[in-house]
Design a protein around this ligand. Structure first.
Ligand code: CP
Ligand code: NVA
Length: 317
C-alpha cells in the first residue's frame, strides 16, 4: 500500500477533500469515538517556527485519537543541524505513526516524505498551510452550507503560504477564488498554473487582481492573513506600508455579498490586515476556524492512516 502524505492542498483529490471534511464534521460531533492512534501510538510534531494553534490542536487531536504527541520545539532535534532530513525520516518512521512538521522550505517536507513510510503532514511551510485550509473550509461549509460555486476573496500578501493554500484548496473545493495583492506580491505562475489545472476539473474560476474591491465584490467569503509572516519580521515597516490598501475593514466588507463570512488564520495584527471591528464582528467566523483546526486535523490524520494501511477503517469512520 502506498503511503499517503499531506504536503500541499492538492495532495487530496476533490472527492477526497470532501471525505476529509465530512470526517471532520463527524469528529466535531463525536470527539472521542475514533481511535486511529489507539495503543497509544505516538506522533512526532516538529516545529522549526513558533506556533500556538497548530501545537495545541495537533497535541489535543492526537490525544483524542488515542495517541501520544511528541512535540519538538525549534532547535531541539538533530534535524537541521547534525542530521539530514532523509536520515531523520529513516529513524522516525520506526518510532512514530505520523510525522507532522512546521518548517521553512517545502523541499524539506518533500524529502521527509520521500524517505518516510509513515504519513508526513505539512503543519505550515513557506509555501503552503494546507491543514489551516481544511479548518477554514469546514468553517465556511458550516456557515454557508456548501462550498461549490461560492466565491472566496483573499486579500493582502498574496504571495505567501496562506494565499497559495486559499487558491489551491479553494479551487479543489470547487470555489471561485479571487486573490488580490499589490504588484510583485501575487501568486507565482507555478501556483496559478497548478490551480488552473485543478480548477478545470472542479469548474472553479480564478481571478488574480491588484484591486481589493474587484476581489471582494459579491464574495461569499473574505479572507486575509498577516502582512508579516514568520521570518519576515525585519521587513515589517515596509510591509505595513506596502499592503495598506488591502485592509479588511467595514468599508471593504460593504462590497461583499450579504451574509458573507470573514476568515483569518491568526495570529492577527489587529488594525493592520484586519480591523478589530471586523475581526470581532458578526461576520467573523475566525474563532470557529481556530477551533476547527482540531477537528480537521484529526480527520486528516485518521484518513491518511487508513489510506496508508496503518489504521483500520473501523477505527476511523
Ligand atoms: N494559524 C496558525 O497556524 O496558528 P499558529 O501559528 O499559532 O500555529
Ligand atoms: N503567513 C503566516 C501564517 C501564520 C499561521 C506565516 O507564515 O507566518
Amino acid at each position: 500500500m502506498t503511503t499517503r502524505h499531506f504536503l500541499t492542498d492538492l495532495d487530496l483529490e476533490p472527492d477526497e477533500l470532501v471525505q476529509v471534511l465530512n470526517l471532520a464534521d463527524y469528529m466535531k460531533a463525536s470527539p472521542y469515538e475514533i481511535t486511529a492512534l489507539a495503543g497509544p501510538q505516538t506522533a512526532a510534531v516538529i516545529f522549526d517556527k513558533t506556533s500556538t494553534r497548530t501545537r495545541f490542536s495537533f497535541a489535543s487531536g492526537i490525544a483524542h485519537l488515542g495517541g501520544q504527541p511528541i512535540i519538538v520545539n525549534p532547535g531541539e532535534a538533530q534535524l537541521g543541524h547534525k542530521e539530514s532530513i532523509a536520515d531523520t525520516a529513516r529513524v522516525l518512521e520506526r518510532q512514530v505513526a505520523l510525522i507532522i512538521w512546521r518548517t521553512y522550505a517545502q523541499a524539506g517536507l518533500e524529502e521527509m516524505a520521500e524517505y518516510s513510510r509513515v504519513p508526513v503532514i505539512n503543519a505550515l511551510s513557506d509555501d503552503y498551510h494546507p491543514c489551516q485550509l481544511l479548518a477554514d473550509l469546514q468553517a465556511v461549509r458550516e456557515q454557508l452550507g456548501s462550498l461549490e460555486g461560492r466565491t472566496l476573496a483573499y486579500l493582502g500578501d498574496a504571495a505567501n503560504n496562506m494565499a497559495n493554500s486559499y487558491l489551491l484548496a479553494g479551487v479543489n473545493a470547487g470555489m471561485n477564488v479571487r486573490i488580490a495583492g499589490p504588484e510583485g506580491y501575487l501568486p507565482s505562475e507555478r501556483i496559478v498554473a497548478a490551480a488552473q489545472a485543478r480548477a478545470q476539473r472542479t469548474g472553479a474560476q480564478i481571478t488574480i487582481t491588484t484591486s481589493p474591491e474587484e476581489a471582494v465584490a459579491g464574495a461569499d467569503v473574505v479572507a486575509t492573513d498577516t502582512w508579516v509572516s514568520m521570518g519576515q519580521e525585519e521587513e515589517k515597516e515596509q510591509r505595513l506600508r506596502l499592503f495598506g490598501d488591502y485592509q479588511v475593514n467595514a468599508g471593504l466588507m460593504e462590497h461583499a455579498a450579504e451574509g458573507a463570512v470573514v476568515l483569518h488564520c491568526l495570529p492577527a495584527y489587529r488594525g493592520a490586515e484586519i480591523t478589530s471591528e471586523v475581526l470581532d464582528g458578526p461576520q467573523s467566523v475566525i474563532w470557529d476556524e481556530a477551533e476547527n483546526r482540531l477537528h480537521a486535523q484529526k480527520a486528516v490524520m485518521a484518513w491518511l492512516l487508513v489510506q496508508s494501511g496503518r489504521a483500520d477503517e473501523a477505527t476511523a469512520e
